[in-house]
Design a binder for this molecule. Structure first.
Ligand code: SF4
Ligand code: SF4
Length: 197
């Protein structure tokens, strides 16, 4: 099985023959965003301790990434992004020049007009971000520029990427925003950490 989320980054491959039952956790997935927010805030200290544990553990990168890919597939299969849209509501995607070009073209606007109307400088040099959250391209819970959405939006919540260990700060932060991240983190804690304590 390959988690193909249409990203530029090479996705982590799951071995279908992998004996998942050995360490696999079967667990209810929490889908309610309000509940996720409360639970993730409550688990914040625990999540930072889990990060410390993972950073110093001898768990191989490959095994950890496969577990993330497995739980990501499980959570993403149960959570409907079109009924959530919380990332589009509370976060600001960072946009590179090519994203701006693509979006301006989609909206049939000159790039300069598009920037003036919707964007402000982003976190890094030569990047932009929407002037406000929720994102101006969100209508209800749907993206009106979905085909042309920024790469940053395409890759969120970034759980398909390799080397999960190096992105744990972002993961802990995102667990308060994204039900998928919250559940993957919870399942990982259960598999690799809580059962040993
Ligand atoms: S561009 Fe679309 S996917 Fe990205 S934050 Fe805005 S509404 Fe969400
Ligand atoms: S990626 Fe996460 S926060 Fe964004 S819509 Fe999907 S479940 Fe919600």
């Amino acid at each position: 099985m390959i988690i193909d989320v249409g990203r530029d980054d090479k996705p982590v491959a799951l071995r279908t023959e992998e004996p998942e039952s050995a360490g696999r956790i079967v667990m209810d997935i929490e889908m309610d965003i309000d509940q996720v927010r409360v639970l993730a805030e409550r688990a914040r200290d625990e999540n930072w301790r889990f990060r410390t544990f993972i950073k110093s553990s001898d768990l191989s990168q490959a095994r950890l990434d496969r577990a993330v890919a497995r739980y990501y597939a499980e959570a993403a299969g149960k959570i409907d992004c079109c009924a959530c849209a919380n990332c589009c509501t509370v976060m600001s995607p960072q946009m590179a020049k090519k994203d701006v070009r693509r979006l301006a073209r989609t909206m049939s606007l000159p790039e300069g007009d598009f920037i003036d109307r919707y964007l402000q400088p982003g976190q890094d040099r030569d990047t932009y971000a929407p002037r406000q959250a929720p994102c101006p391209f969100l209508r209800g819970k749907l993206c009106t520029v979905y085909e042309a959405r920024p790469d940053n939006c395409r890759s969120f919540p970034n759980l398909h990427k390799r080397d999960f260990r190096s992105r744990l700060i972002q993961v802990v932060e995102n667990s308060t925003v994204c039900p998928i991240v919250y559940n993957v983190l919870d399942l990982l804690k259960l598999e690799f950490w809580r059962r040993r304590r």
